[in-house]
Each structure stands twice: as C-alpha cells, then as structure tokens.
Design a protein around this ligand. Structure first.
Ligand SMILES: [Zn+2]
Length: 184
C-alpha cells in the first residue's frame, strides 16, 4: 500500500481506538462504539493527540526502515526487516512498555496487515510471505523501486481499496465538522 495511505489508515485506526476506548456515549452520528471491554486496546487518551501521532509513526516504521535498506543494496527486497512479523521481537517489548509503546505497535501491525491485504487482493498471495522474512521470502518478488512502483500499482484492485480509505476519511472529516458546527 502507498505510504500516505498507511499514515492515513493509522490515523483513522488510532482515532477509532480512542473512541472505542473512551467511556463516552456514542455520538449522534452513531459511528463510534462505546464498548468498555475495548478499553484494553485504548491507545489514545481523550485529551492528548500525541499518542495518535505515535500510531501514525508506528505505521511509518516498516517503510522508514526497509526502503533505505533496499535502496542502499543492504537487502534485496523492499519488504524485509520492518515488514517481517518477526520484527515483533522488537515491537512486543515496546508494546508492553505502556500506552505510547502500544500506540507504536498498533501502527506497525496495521502497516503489515494492509500490505498483506494489498498483495493478496492484487493476485500475488505468495508475496505475503514477506511477513516471514528472513525465514521465508516471496518466490517471485516484484523488485520494483518505490517511484516506479506507483505507476505499476495505479488502477490495481488494491489502489481502489486505497481510494476507499481516502473517501472514508473524507466522509468522517465532513461528518465531524458538521457535528462540531451543530454543537456550537
Ligand atoms: Zn510497506
């Protein structure tokens, strides 16, 4: 999935978790859960925005780590260390360190999940083996650098899924704005 979409999806996820973790009642738009059991997954408190930024930072992590490594020729694949589920050995202790760490971990996991969904719906399920790097690797990886990749990726099924994420974010933003204006 494209880098900006990872960040946006993480922001949406962090925001949703914030709402899910809060004890506040569902607002009039009815989109937001008020289930208390999800408190366990609360990553963002009601007052501070900074943990939300950490969810976004966590979602940036796999590309921030792996793209330079591949561009410099340290590893062959664009999905390696940061995209591997085995990187959980680093992320898990961070997650257990507290709410901030949990926010980073959630963002990181969302990136891996979305990249896996992307290759599967674009008909390349074998590429999801990046999750097992370096124990397993995709048998026929694309090996297209990020810039060129964009044009290869354009108008693929996953690209339309990304458009949906952006459209969803726009709808949420408009609804919130509308709601805010009404409550003033
Ligand atoms: Zn990625």
């Amino acid at each position: 999935m494209l880098f900006p979409t990872h960040l946006l999806a993480a922001a949406l996820l962090g925001w949703w978790l914030q709402r899910a973790g809060s004890t506040r009642v569902v607002d009039e738009t009815g989109l937001w859960p008020a289930v208390d059991e999800t408190r366990l997954w609360q990553v963002v408190d009601e007052t501070g925005l900074w943990p939300l930024a950490l969810v976004v930072a966590g979602a940036a992590l796999p590309d921030v780590i792996d793209k330079p490594l591949a561009s410099l020729g340290v590893v062959e694949l664009f999905h390696s260390v940061g995209h591997s589920a085995l990187f959980a050995v680093v992320v898990l202790p961070v997650a257990l360190s507290g709410r901030a760490g949990r926010a980073v971990a959630v963002g990181w996991a969302s990136h891996l999940l979305l990249d896996a969904v992307h290759v599967v719906i674009n008909g390349r399920p074998d590429d999801a083996l990046f999750l097992g790097w370096p124990l397993v690797v995709p048998p026929t990886p694309l090996r297209i650098p990020p810039g060129e990749f964009f044009f290869f990726y354009l108008w693929s099924p996953s690209f339309f899924l990304e458009l949906l994420v952006w459209a969803g974010a726009a709808v949420v933003a408009v609804r919130r704005l509308h709601h805010r204006r009404e409550s003033v």
